[in-house]
Design a binder for this molecule. Structure first.
Ligand code: PLP
Length: 426
């Protein structure tokens, strides 16, 4: 039995089937991952957008190392200095009035906190609205407003009652979305009963869908009109990934509550939500808390990550290079693939059912490239390389993908041709 087979057997023994994977990784370095047999992979998934400056960036590693020698414990009844330093740094990248932050450990906790804040700030408004295809996490509150895959929710009912869903503007216009709101408000859920509307600025797990430019501004207006809090979930799309620090900045609006996690601390567990001081004052003593939230090591890692992104001008690089990647792929495959996204959050969806994302991903892995799918049926290939992936590694990974697309397109055409021939012959 090979080393790899031995480890995989142990994973079956030690972990539930919900966490089944095929690779056992020993080391990450920049945009490369190495499995336990020393095989090298180009990483176009970044651990689902959690490694914005690549794996084990030397400055992140040294910030973590230094912090371990000073203070490890979260001490949530005292103030770790680095937590305050991180909050101050975040102020420099967050638009006003988002100048108050609650730190937690993950995305789903950030959403739970945002839901609680919305309920505290809007008493007698028990309802939440979210979007079909949205993903906000796996704990009961966050799961209640998640609808990207039925399997995430199956067997966990009843979830939070009082949650309603509207279609995300994919293949429908913003005005059609607004009509759905109107209908919902007139029938099942009066606007005066809604505490918050939860939305991703770029639909992530639901299929990497960029909304029309008027969507978030009109949603902002709708929230203002009915005094509903607009909660924007940037857990996947934040921290520079779309070519802005946060994807909502593409639309010249500011949410009432912003949730973040994933990439902020280069893979250390850190999440949070930001709001104005006026709104956040509703979280009075005892109303919310976390033992580990804002752990000093995670904060040190986040501080170093943000500084690297800033000093290496990675947000600007991602905006420019992301567009170049889309242009390059569209130039060759537009007839077969829908190529979309912003920055380094790129979705590629076959336009024909003959092309299988699953097969493309399996072939990519064999060729040393790791990428992922998204969408309710895994119908979209998503690319989320590190924001600082070197040009030559990016090009090598794209060349692997292009070769696979060429091959799969050829095979699909050949299959079609021989089926057609069979039909003629019979
Ligand atoms: C948009 C969005 N919200 C929330 C979450 C949940 O984050 P976590 O897995 O850290 O709980 C995710 C995770 O993929 C996400 O993409």
């Amino acid at each position: 039995m090979s080393l790899k087979e031995g480890y995989l057997l142990k994973t079956v023994e030690f972990f539930p089937p919900s966490s089944a994977h095929e690779l056992v990784i020993d080391k990450g370095e920049g945009s490369y991952l190495y499995d336990i047999e020393g095989r090298r992979y180009i990483d176009f998934a970044s651990g689902i957008a959690i490694a914005p400056v690549g794996h084990c960036h030397p400055r992140v590693v040294s910030a973590i190392t230094e912090q371990t020698q000073k203070l490890i414990s979260s001490l949530n009844f005292l103030w770790p200095k680095v937590k305050i330093d991180l909050a101050e740094k975040l102020m420099s990248i967050l638009p006003k009035p988002l100048s108050n932050i609650f730190f937690c450990n993950s995305g789903t906790e950030a959403i739970e906190g945002a839901m609680k804040l919305a309920r505290k700030a809007k008493p007698n408004r028990p309802n939440f609205i979210a979007f079909n295809g949205g993903f906000h996490g796996r704990t009961f509150g966050a799961l209640s407003i998640t609808s990207s895959k039925a399997s995430y929710r199956a067997d966990y009912f009843p979830l939070l009652p009082q949650t309603f869903f509207i279609d995300y503007p994919h293949k429908i216009s913003t005005d059609e979305v607004l009509e759905q709101f109107e209908k919902l408000f007139e029938t099942a859920c009066p606007p005066s009963s809604v505490a918050g509307i939860f939305v991703e600025s770029l639909l992530g797990e639901g299929g990497y869908i960029v909304p029309p430019a008027d969507f978030l501004p009109k949603l902002r207006q709708l929230c203002d009109r009915w005094e509903i809090l607009l909660v924007i979930d940037e857990i996947q799309s934040g921290i520079g990934r779309t070519g802005k620090w946060f994807a909502f900045e593409h639309y010249d609006i500011v949410p009432d509550i912003l949730t973040f996690a994933k990439g902020i601390a280069s893979g250390m567990p850190l999440g949070g939500f930001a709001a104005s001081p006026e709104l956040m004052k509703h979280l009075n003593a005892g109303s919310h808390g976390s033992t580990f939230g804002g752990n000093p090591i995670a904060c040190a890692s986040a501080l170093a990550t943000i500084k690297v992104i800033e000093q290496e001008a990675l947000v600007e690089r991602v905006a420019y290079t992301g567009q170049r990647i889309k242009d390059r792929l569209k130039g060759r495959f537009e007839n077969y693939l829908d190529i979309r996204g912003q920055g380094f959050m790129i979705g590629i969806e076959p336009k024909t059912p003959d092309l299988s994302v699953k097969a493309i991903l399996a072939r990519a892995q064999i060729k040393g490239l790791i990428a992922l799918s998204c969408g309710a049926h895994g119908q979209t290939l998503r690319l989320m390389p590190a924001l600082n992936i070197p040009d030559e590694v990016l090009n090598e990974g794209l060349a692997i993908l292009e070769q696979i697309f060429d091959y799969e397109i050829l095979v699909a055409a050949e299959c079609k041709r021989s089926k057609y021939q069979e039909a003629i012959d019979s």
